[in-house]
Design a protein around this ligand. Structure first.
Ligand SMILES: Cc1cc2nc3c(=O)[nH]c(=O)nc-3n(C[C@H](O)[C@H](O)[C@H](O)COP(=O)(O)O)c2cc1C
Length: 205
């Protein structure tokens, strides 16, 4: 059984391509293994942005935390617990102004937690989460994997770095890109992503 954590972050609801393809991957993995899907739709139910309650609360001794700090730290702990419980993580995000949605950034801001998901030692940073497969589904109106926009593909590197920083280094990036360039281009992009996902799932079988 493969337990799957599905994190989606598009604010576009049912129109979202990243959510559609991330969900496709999660459902295929679940159907194959009988594993459960735990879903967190950050687009529909955004996390609060990180505030001092979390930043100060996570370094305060538990017995000294204020009610706001307890709430913020408990939220972060529940997000980390979801990751710990999963065998595979599927993350969907669509580009908003050359970056991931702030809904996804907020998730990373909770889970990137010194002493819990990473620490520094004499050799540098060390991710503390156990390695597990991550599918990172990215949807972009333009093409960023090659061509003139490739130098502006900050976000894929940023997110793979963040995941690696907390120990999640087995990452497969699945792109659906160029969907706003023309209707034909969009149809071709969707067909190409479907084929990429089929191949990725076959490799994982
Ligand atoms: C507010 C907004 C900003 C966007 N900014 C960009 C951008 O900077 N570059 C780009 O290629 N596409 C951009 N897009 C297009 C989206 O990345 C594209 O529609 C993608 O499919 C969105 O992901 P989703 O389908 O999962 O919601 C933007 C879309 C919106 C709504």
């Amino acid at each position: 059984m493969t337990n799957i954590l599905l994190i989606t972050s598009s604010p576009r609801g049912p129109q979202s391509l990243s959510t559609r393809f991330a969900r496709d991957i999660a459902e295929s993995l679940s159907a194959r293994s009988g594993g459960a899907i735990i879903e967190r739709d950050l687009g529909a139910v955004p996390l609060p942005h990180v505030t001092a309650a979390y930043i100060d609360g996570r370094i305060a001794p538990p017995e000294a935390r204020t009610p706001e700090q307890i709430e913020a730290v408990d939220l972060a702990q529940s997000l980390v617990d979801e990751i710990q419980a999963a065998d595979v993580i599927v993350i969907g995000w669509g580009m908003i102004n050359f970056g991931p949605p702030t809904q996804l950034k907020a998730w990373f801001d909770y889970i990137t937690w010194p002493g819990v998901t990473f620490r520094y030692d004499a050799t540098g940073p060390m991710g503390l989460l156990p390695s597990k497969k991550v599918y990172l589904v990215t949807a972009t109106g333009g093409v960023f994997s090659e061509g003139r926009n490739a130098p502006f593909d900050f976000q894929t590197g940023y997110l793979t770095h963040l995941l690696g920083f907390i120990g999640l280094r087995d990452i497969e990036v699945i792109r659906v890109e160029g969907t706003l360039m023309s209707p034909d281009r969009a149809m071709a992009a969707i067909a190409s992503t479907e084929a990429t996902i089929r191949a990725a799932l076959e490799r994982a079988a």
